[in-house]
Design a protein around this ligand. Sequence first.
Ligand SMILES: Cc1ncc(C[n+]2csc(CCOP(=O)(O)OP(=O)(O)O)c2C)c(N)n1
Ligand SMILES: [Mg+2]
Length: 346
Amino acid sequence: MAVRTKKSKEKTRARPSDNLTDEHLLHMYRIMMLSRKLDERSWVLNRQGKAPFHISGIGHEALQVAAAQAIRPGKDWVYPYYRDLAFCLALGMKPVDHLYALLGKAPDPGSGGRQMPSHFSSRELRIGSVSSPVATQVPIAAGTAMASKLRGLDEVTVVCLGEGSTSQGDFHEGLNWAGVHKLPFICIVQNNQYAISVPVAKQMAVKSVADRAAAYGVKGVAVDGNDALAMYDVMHEAVQRARRGEGATLIEAITYRLTPHSSDDDDRSYRSREEVEAWKRRDPILLFRQTLLERGILDQETAQAIEKWAMDEVDKAEMEAMQAPYPDVSTLEDHVYGPLPAWQEG
Ligand SMILES: Cc1ncc(C[n+]2csc(CCOP(=O)(O)OP(=O)(O)O)c2C)c(N)n1
Ligand SMILES: [Mg+2]
């Protein structure tokens, strides 16, 4: 489980994360915990038969929260993928919004309860809609960055996807566009070692996803995605480069999916329990908690209080989502069929 990072080389240099205040760090920890508890509850709702499907971000929380911390929510643009629950919560999405979608309820702000769950989106927070065909968000995000550049706006666009999805043509087209036009664009590849059952070695012949960046004139960086502060450092640097007009960055955040691919997957058929247990010992939330304890920013009592706060938030959100109505049957065909053309009416 050797992880190549920039961290060791930069030990002596001042790090952007040195400027994060205790309050910032505690905020990041709270969001990670909230995401974990909400995700765990989503699994429970699925196993109780109340939610038809869940796709989990457990194990990815630290890198996502750190990335969100380095941008300006509602001003910069984010095109997430389905594992970005913690990212979206860090941008300001409410836990109940995730549960509305999970349960197919009418107040779901993304689709009124019609999309698959975890297809996050928010106009207000500038979160572009998750697309089910993987990697299709990459050229869309590059186009958004192009628009910001043409309009002379100080905006950065961030797009996320998994390492398996970098085999799709859309990823290469989007990266090429971002490289050619030196766009304020950051592509975060969350390398969790598998694309469903396909391990990374069967996905690409290069050692690292970050190596793919050079082909497009884009800067490529690999980082330990289970180390929140290391992730913040590379993300902060990528954001600064983008704002200075120096172009795009591809960040490969190395992590692990601690759950099966989705609620319909049985990961025992393609990976060993020993491997999963080894990565659980590097659970990013435990690692971040340890850092905060060592620095004296967190103590056991506050850690417990944060966990309780997160559980209470999830309980409240669940209650609200369970009581919400399903979409009315009269809206069944909305967004599926357009209105009939005049010549076909009557
Ligand atoms: C174009 C396309 N092909 C196949 C699928 C089915 N599919 C959904 S998720 C997934 C695996 C993606 O793996 P990766 O990019 O590594 O992301 P992860 O799920 O591991 O986070 C696949 C093949 C899809 N949604 N879209
Ligand atoms: Mg993957």
